[in-house]
Design a protein around this ligand. Sequence first.
Ligand SMILES: C[S@@+](CC[C@H](N)C(=O)[O-])C[C@H]1O[C@@H](n2cnc3c(N)ncnc32)[C@H](O)[C@@H]1O
Length: 136
Amino acid sequence: MPKTIKKKIIDFILKSGRKEYIDNLTKNTIYGYKDLNNLFKQFEIIQKNIECAHRESDFYIMYAIILSLQVNGPIVELGCYKGGSTAKLSLISKLTSRKLHIFDSFEGLPDPIGIDRKHNSNVDECFSKAEDEDLY
Ligand SMILES: C[S@@+](CC[C@H](N)C(=O)[O-])C[C@H]1O[C@@H](n2cnc3c(N)ncnc32)[C@H](O)[C@@H]1O
């Protein structure tokens, strides 16, 4: 994706609310408002019920990119934690008719090093290992 288009998408997402965001996706993708609104309602339910290692807004850029690109290959998630992001991606993959492949070591992340702290001061609070009871 050209950098200018990516920057426009990011700027738009950071400035807009959810309705504007969905309106914009409706204009720039092949998906209608009803489908997208339902999708985002389901995302909210997932976010409330599964501990996710991301904020919902963190994923808005990824959703916009996946929904606006017309490609046929699979979607691949590297690191699913407790499956919240996976549940969301499974809905996106259904809507886009793409396969979803999920990988996780279920061993958590390695301890943070200096460069991780430079970019994220909360890095020590980053959890990362799903417990056995989280896995179905
Ligand atoms: C920050 S969490 C993922 C968060 C999740 N995508 C979400 O948004 O809720 C990182 C995940 O990556 C997994 N992981 C770390 N290193 C890995 C590796 N080398 N191969 C596969 N999975 C790995 C961890 O077990 C953990 O579940």
